[in-house]
Design a protein around this ligand. Structure first.
Ligand code: FAQ
Length: 316
């Protein structure tokens, strides 16, 4: 039976069980989930743009097929996530309108340009790698539809991470120009990838509540550390240098120490002043307008089907 009140909700959270759409839930829990799942969905959809930009320039048919599949997966993730958000009482149209109006955010990372082919490998390796680190934690989130969407998404993200890393292995085994292109790419993407995890725990406005509600189970800083620890040996294997002079293994902590993040850059990007914020949103709004006829045609078709079905039942 659906949960009826705060006491029943608290008991489910304490028992590490899942909250489902028809359960009673605090307004703040619902609101924070709509915000986070909405932002997550928007990130997947806007995130199709940086890589989509390279589909027509992929160097081989094999790489083109992989890239098309990956970009299509990201679109699918956006759709699962909009569906998960809809279970909380918001419509997809409302979420999309909030994105287009600039009142909903999406991940800072997608406001950086893809300047060379190695960027396609680096996005898979670092951006999908960071996304998985966060999403494995979210697959244990307390909200059922969100956690279940994450299980499937993580499986696909894992393929994305591997294809990116494999692309870089090939480039790093190649010519000196290919290796230099890969180094240029990691130089530009390393710090923005670390910013994906959000502000320091001490500056994170939502963490305390989201952790109490078990939406979040690991903090922004701890996830960032996990990502750095897993990624540095991968960079070593590629023979690529991480652009951080302070990066050093700390034997005592059992973790890598790393240098300060440029939070001024992070907040500028989050506020809409990153390298490509305007282009990303303009492109998204234009794609929405261009697709209006498809949505109208789908609605007209559904209405025609429903009318036919009604008529055949009436005359049966
Ligand atoms: N970018 O209090 P917190 C992917 C905002 S999917 C922009 O710590 P919270 C797949 C935050 O919203 C990548 N804004 O917030 C892919 C809040 O602002 P608000 C997306 C950010 O929610 C790969 C304020 O700062 N993943 O990559 C960012 O507790 C390749 C204070 O922050 C998700 O969305 C940021 N990086 O923790 C696709 C995962 N960080 O709303 C294509 C789900 C923070 O009060 C190609 N989201 N802000 O105005 C989350 O796990 C959380 O929302 C965090 C932030 C961890 C991102």
């Amino acid at each position: 039976m659906a949960l009826q009140d705060q006491a029943e909700f608290d008991a489910v959270i304490a028992a590490d069980d899942k909250i489902e759409p028809t359960d009673w839930m605090p307004d703040g829990y619902r609101k924070t989930l709509i915000r986070q799942i909405g932002q997550h969905a928007h990130s997947e959809i806007i995130g199709m743009q940086p890589e989509g930009n390279w589909i027509s320039r992929a160097p081989t048919l094999h790489r083109k097929a992989i890239l098309i599949a990956k970009v299509q997966d990201e679109g699918g993730h956006g759709l699962y996530l909009y569906s998960a958000a809809e279970t909380l009482g918001v419509t997809r149209d409302q979420l999309v309108a909030a994105l287009h109006a600039g009142s909903h955010k999406y991940s800072s990372i997608f406001n950086y340009p893809t300047l060379n082919w190695a960027d396609i490998g680096t996005i898979g390796w670092l951006v999908d790698g960071a996304a998985i680190t966060n999403q494995v934690m979210l697959s244990r989130s307390s909200y059922g539809p969100y956690s279940r969407a994450m299980v499937r998404i993580c499986k696909e993200e894992s393929f994305h991470q591997r294809q990116g890393y494999e692309l870089l292995i090939r480039l790093c085994e190649g010519s000196s120009e290919q290796k230099a292109m890969s180094q240029d790419s990691i130089d530009r993407w390393w710090w923005p990838a670390l910013m994906m995890f959000g502000p320091h725990d001490s500056d994170s406005t939502h963490s305390a509540e989201s952790t109490a509600w078990k939406i979040k189970r690991v903090s922004n800083d701890d996830l960032r550390q996990q990502f750095v620890d897993a990624t540095v040996p991968q960079a070593d294997y590629l023979g690529l240098h991480i652009p951080d002079p302070d990066l050093v293994w700390n034997e005592e902590r059992g973790h890598y120490d790393f240098g300060p993040i440029d939070w001024e850059e992070f907040w500028q990007v989050v506020k809409g002043n990153g390298p490509l914020n305007r282009e990303r949103l303009d492109h998204k709004r234009a794609a929405w307008d261009d697709g209006a006829w498809v949505r109208e045609a789908a609605v007209a078709h559904a209405e025609k089907q429903a009318a036919r079905e009604f008529e055949s039942r009436r005359t049966a």
